[in-house]
Ligand binder design. Structure first.
Ligand SMILES: *[C@@H]1O[C@H](CO)[C@@H](O)[C@H](O)[C@H]1NC(C)=O
Ligand SMILES: *[C@@H]1O[C@H](CO)[C@@H](O)[C@H](O)[C@H]1NC(C)=O
Ligand SMILES: *[C@@H]1O[C@H](CO)[C@@H](O)[C@H](O)[C@H]1NC(C)=O
Ligand SMILES: *[C@@H]1O[C@H](CO)[C@@H](O)[C@H](O)[C@H]1NC(C)=O
Length: 350
């Protein structure tokens, strides 16, 4: 009896050791890419923006007089592993025959912009055809059969013009049939939920049969996002289509957020905030987003760029854009969105 117990004991220990070892291995592999800091790296940027034929004017910081260039030299360094350097040729080969769509506001456009520049620098001679115009633009790399598409839609849910005016319909999402045909979907919406006055693109909000003139905008964001989440649950075949959501992209208008109270705008910022991604708090919208994502039963990855981008007060165009306003919302190209794409690449190829 004793001997038997001891044998069983050893077997149990052996089994638990195997389990421990394999857990350690998976933990090593699924390292948190979002926990880390920015390090200066002479080998950056990943491309020379002046050779990229597609840079949108409002993101072309060097063209519009940005003189400091250190902001181009930072590489994101996760604490416990390395982020693979973006490899455009391998990206195109891996996604041969596939369609990748960015869907959302101008931050989605910003990320798509970075991706086409990254790909251009890898295969400058590749034959590319551009089809469509705003809101849907499709770049196809003919030699690889890869399409990179952007659908510019500020809220994901619909705005419709009716007799009373423009109605933001929080429970209506009509573009889904196009989206679900794609192979990779990268969603994003946030920037426009707090627009008011002349910049607000709707006059009324509708939920079900109820039409209101105003409601709490964070609640509206939560409701619209939940409509999207329900659509993913009901309609997307996630064994064919990979779904990602890009985390809230932070803005840098208020120096209090980086311990320089009194500073307004990002016009003088030429270095990142010194510290790690865990040193700053997250914007409230991030919690709403995480909360809605948790309710989706299908696999949806959060491209959790918020904290790492929060450190990059130096990454925005500020006045170096064709509109000459102070833009601390979008990101220079080349720049921070190149890192988002390195993370996207690492996330969807694993
Ligand atoms: C993008 O263009 C390619 C090549 O013409 C086409 O096959 C594909 O259907 C287009 N995708 C979308 C969503 O328009
Ligand atoms: C910046 O943020 C601080 C702290 O939240 C706030 O007190 C201040 O009013 C803000 N400044 C501006 C210009 O919005
Ligand atoms: C950033 O922090 C590190 C470590 O705390 C320090 O050595 C370095 O001097 C700091 N850099 C700046 C620009 O403050
Ligand atoms: C996203 O990153 C932030 C900062 O590192 C972290 O607090 C948050 O839990 C992450 N969200 C998810 C869903 O992993």
């Amino acid at each position: 009896m004793d001997v038997e117990m001891r044998v069983y004991g050893w077997i149990a220990i052996a089994i638990s050791m195997v389990i421990c070892l394999s857990l350690e291995e998976t933990n090593g592999e699924s390292c948190n890419l979002y926990e880390g800091s920015w390090v200066y790296d002479e080998s950056y940027p990943l491309y020379d923006s002046s050779t990229c034929p597609h840079v949108r004017e409002e993101l072309n910081c060097l063209k519009y007089g940005r003189l400091d260039k250190q902001y181009l030299k930072y590489r994101w360094q996760p604490s416990n592993c390395n982020l693979p350097r973006f490899d455009g040729k391998s990206f195109l080969t891996k996604f041969k025959g596939k369609q990748i769509m960015f869907i959302g506001d101008s931050i989605s456009r910003n990320q798509r912009q970075s991706l086409v520049c990254l790909l251009h620098s890898a295969v400058p001679q590749a034959r590319v055809i551009k089809q469509g115009s705003d809101p849907i633009i499709n770049f196809t790399y003919l030699d690889y059969g890869v399409s990179i598409i952007v659908h510019h839609t500020t809220y994901l849910v619909d705005i419709e013009v009716e007799k009373i005016g423009r109605v933001l319909k929080l429970d209506s999402l009509k573009s889904g049939n196009l989206w679900k045909q794609m192979d990779v979907l990268v969603f994003n919406t946030w920037l426009w939920w707090y627009r008011t006055g002349p910049f607000q693109p709707w006059d009324y909000i509708q939920i079900g049969n109820k039409i209101v003139k105003e409601m709490d905008h964070m609640e509206a964001f939560r409701t619209g996002l939940t409509t999207w989440a329900n659509w993913v649950n009901a309609e997307v075949d996630t064994s064919k289509t990979k779904v990602l959501f890009q985390g809230i992209s932070p803005v840098h208008y208020n120096g209090s957020e980086w311990h320089e109270p009194g500073v307004t705008g990002c016009g003088k910022e030429i270095t990142p905030i010194n510290g790690s991604s865990s040193s700053l708090g997250l914007p409230p919208a991030s919690y709403v987003l995480q909360n809605v994502l948790q309710k989706i039963t299908k696999p949806v990855q959060l491209l959790n760029i918020t904290a790492l981008s929060e450190l990059r007060k130096d990454g925005h165009p500020s006045i170096h854009n064709n509109a000459h306003g102070m833009d601390c919302t979008h990101w220079c190209i080349a720049g921070v969105p190149d890192t988002w794409n390195e993370i996207l690449y690492a996330s969807i190829t694993n």
